[in-house]
Design a protein around this ligand. Structure first.
Ligand code: DC
Length: 229
């Protein structure tokens, strides 16, 4: 069995990261959450006042600050999970808030932001044995990936799952807020100029609308084992 790169792409809240984490664990591969990188840049922009009046993203200011943004992932042996760090600070939880979600698509449209993050993602994939999820992993980051999965689930199910996840984490959000945000990000991520969210031609569709987590994982692992031969 050879080590491979596994790319998972799909719309917001389709279950990509849950599946990617479980696959990495089962295969003893490294899991990389590329969305966390875009979220970390967004959080930085919010903290540094690069979003004018809390509304408009100042593109040039963000580009000017890019060299001051350092993102890393560190393994937390207590939780058994990898966590996102921004300039040495653990931001794993704070980057998941709906406030960050509201601006992340805008930030991820910026070509220079994408160039920096894609370069980092490609470096992390140098040794293969990696599962990465995002929006352009199979198309732009690793077009040569041996296994590309296009993860999908129906719209209501995606919104309900994300809503439940945020409530469980203790965030006060309304279902309408979550629905609006998922719709807005789906639209913006699919219609941007730079590496828009599209299914790679050679990606295999995995619709998990009516599958349990275990069933989805089993299908994905079978595909991975096949791709490793
Ligand atoms: O996977 P996520 O929902 O945490 O991603 C947050 C946002 O980051 C998503 O709405 C678009 C952007 N993103 C991207 O443009 N390219 C990626 N590879 C991953 C995420």
């Amino acid at each position: 069995m050879k080590d491979i790169i596994i790319a998972l792409d799909g719309h917001s809240a389709c279950g990509k990261s849950t599946l990617a984490k479980a696959m990495a664990k089962a295969l003893k591969y490294v899991y990389i959450d590329s969305g966390a990188m875009y979220r970390a840049v967004t959080f930085y922009a919010m903290e540094e006042g690069l979003i004018k009046e809390g509304k408009t993203v100042d593109r040039q200011l963000i580009i000017d600050h890019l060299s001051s943004i350092n993102i890393s992932f560190n393994y937390n042996s207590k939780t058994g999970k990898s966590e996102t760090f921004l300039n040495g600070k653990n931001v794993e939880e704070i980057i998941r808030t709906i406030e960050v979600s509201k601006f992340v698509s805008e930030i991820s449209k910026i070509k220079e932001v994408r160039e920096k993050l894609v370069e980092f993602q490609q470096r992390l994939g140098k040794n293969k044995a990696i599962v990465m999820d995002g929006r352009d992993i199979g198309t732009a980051v690793f077009p040569q990936a041996k296994l590309k999965l296009w993860i999908t689930a129906n719209d209501d199910i995606r919104v309900a799952r994300r809503y439940k996840e945020l409530l469980e984490k203790g965030y006060e959000v309304s279902l309408k807020d979550v629905q609006d945000n998922v719709e807005q990000r789906d639209f913006e991520d699919s219609h941007r100029k730079e590496s828009p969210l599209v299914k790679a031609e050679d990606a295999i569709v995995l619709d998990n609308s009516h599958l349990s987590k275990d069933e989805t994982l089993k299908r994905a692992i079978d595909l991975a084992i096949n791709a490793m031969k």
